[in-house]
Ligand binder design. Structure first.
Ligand SMILES: *Cc1c(COP(=O)(O)O)cnc(C)c1O
Length: 398
């Protein structure tokens, strides 16, 4: 039954695609930038990269991004949910996939049926995985999750001894990895990361104590890869950096990355707004003089934040122009000024480059009062994705 629900959701999204592809508003993903970032991060860390593609590959499109990284030779992918892993398997992704989220007992069968690697975050969960694996007569590949400071999921590092011992002794589980998650690695000045690394290595030492082979130790998210070489260990797990975006304003660009995503639209309306007239819901913006205003067909119903009302900017005809009044569900307005010009179908760039100027995802996040992660993952399925770069053959893939 849950399986059927899943397929229905997927089919609905698919059936919307042909029309959605004609929409002038689109997310454009540069696959060459993605390859560049993957290879640059792997070269920088000197260990294999687990490419994190959860939340629709941070808005870039789960399946096309995963297939592209697979073609680029990536050895491991990570997702948050078992459903994301299933979608990848259905689409023909064959590389190992770790599901990072906590597991629910009834889902373990799905993990095993689709060869998804399981995050085991307690002894009780280990037992659930063992039971399901024994019942199916199939071995489970697991990664042990140790909590070193997030207080999210995982066995506290102080108590990891018994947990690791039970996992090593398990008849039906193969311990492929052990990992933890960093809370403050986005900020190179935070002392928390050093402490978390120490706790993590202390937990890992139980394998030596037990005389068991050390599994793959992975700790570094994007912040770790960028700022803390000590956290690279045996594998790194960058998400946002893979897409060429910095995790935090405090982050340092220690690797030359290229933003892979642009968000573009086209002018759908042009008019003169007379002095004294107001624009959009709530009449929060008033024209002080006659001015020229365009309407752009994208809104918060697409995931473009309403908090950018009278705060955001776009690029049109090579210049930066302000969003005026409230962002609506499907549209917003931009002031070109009394002497401004634009024509229907002119390109409008919301994130990305136009001419010699660019609006970064980081800048949009700052203006919206949030983080780039929320901007990227918020861009929803109503916006068609278009893939460019050598690997795409110039064809939209989704
Ligand atoms: C999301 C996530 C990552 C990637 O984080 P970024 O900050 O995007 O690099 C890595 N590991 C785990 C466990 C995660 O949940």
């Amino acid at each position: 039954m849950p399986e059927t629900d899943l397929i229905d959701v997927t089919d609905t999204a698919t059936s919307l695609r042909p029309e959605a592809n004609d929409r002038p508003t689109r997310v454009r993903v540069d696959l060459d930038a993605l390859s560049h970032n993957f290879h640059a991060l792997q070269a920088h860390a000197g260990v294999p990269v687990m490419g994190i593609v959860k939340a629709n590959a941070y808005g870039h499109g789960l399946v096309p991004v995963a297939l592209h990284l697979q073609a680029q030779g990536i050895g491991q992918l990570g997702v948050a949910l078992v459903e994301e892993g299933l979608a990848l398997r259905r689409a023909g992704v064959t590389v190992p996939i770790l599901v990072l989220g906590g597991i629910h007992a009834p889902q373990v069968g799905q993990f095993l049926a689709c060869d998804l690697e399981v995050t085991v975050s307690s002894i009780a969960k280990l037992r659930q995985v063992e039971e399901a694996a024994a019942a199916l007569g199939r071995n489970a590949v697991i990664h042990l999750k140790v909590d070193t400071g997030m207080e999210r999921i995982g066995v506290h590092s102080d108590n990891a001894g018994a947990f690791i011992e039970a996992a090593v002794a398990s008849r039906w589980c193969t311990v492929k990895g052990i990992y933890s998650h960093l809370a403050c690695a986005d900020d190179p000045a935070s002392p928390m990361t050093v402490e978390q690394r120490e706790r993590f290595l202390h937990a890992c030492a139980h394998f030596d104590r037990l005389g068991a082979p050390m599994p793959i130790r992975h700790l570094a998210n994007s912040g770790g890869v960028l700022h803390f070489p000590d956290t690279w260990l045996d594998m790194v797990r960058p998400g946002i950096a893979l897409y060429g975006v910095m995790p935090d304003p405090a982050s340092r660009p220690t690797v030359a990355l290229k933003p892979a995503l642009s968000l573009v639209s086209k002018v759908v309306y042009f008019k003169v707004v007379k002095a004294g007239r107001t624009v959009s819901y709530g009449a929060t913006w008033t024209a002080v003089a006659d001015t020229r205003v365009i309407t752009v067909p994208i809104g918060y119903g697409d995931g473009y934040p309403r908090s950018l009302s009278s705060r955001g900017e776009v690029l049109v005809r090579g210049t930066r122009q302000p969003i005026i009044g409230r962002v609506c569900m499907d549209q917003f307005m931009v002031d070109l000024g009394p002497g401004g010009t634009a024509y229907n179908e002119d390109e409008v760039v919301l994130i990305g480059r136009q001419g010699s100027d660019a609006i970064s995802c980081e800048a949009v996040a700052q203006a919206a009062g949030t983080i780039p992660y929320e901007i990227l993952t918020g861009l929803n399925a109503r916006i068609p994705r278009e893939y460019i770069g050598a690997a795409s053959g110039g064809q939209p893939l989704a």
